[in-house]
Design a protein. Structure first.
Length: 82
């Protein structure tokens, strides 16, 4: 969980997306996560936003986690607005 979560938060920041760490934690709890792990996820989100650098393994999700951006770009290039 740790490495994947950190990579997703880093990529979101790199791509210019914003998120609220407290809402990330609230979302995790609403999806059945226990409070301890939801707090860890919130802490990772807060840290990435704060510029903390983590030592993680390779990005386990790869570029496929943002396939929606590629599809949206293809629609736009075809002249169709979503």
């Amino acid at each position: 969980m740790r490495s994947g979560a950190i990579w997703i938060f880093k990529d979101l920041v790199r791509l210019g997306h914003t998120f609220e760490p407290h809402l990330v934690g609230r979302w995790a709890i609403s999806k059945g996560w226990d409070r301890g792990n939801a707090q860890l996820l919130r802490d990772y989100a807060t840290s990435v936003l704060g510029g903390i650098r983590f030592h993680t393994g390779p990005d386990s999700f790869g570029a496929s986690k943002f396939h929606w951006e590629v599809e949206a770009a293809e629609l736009t290039s075809e002249g169709t607005e979503a």
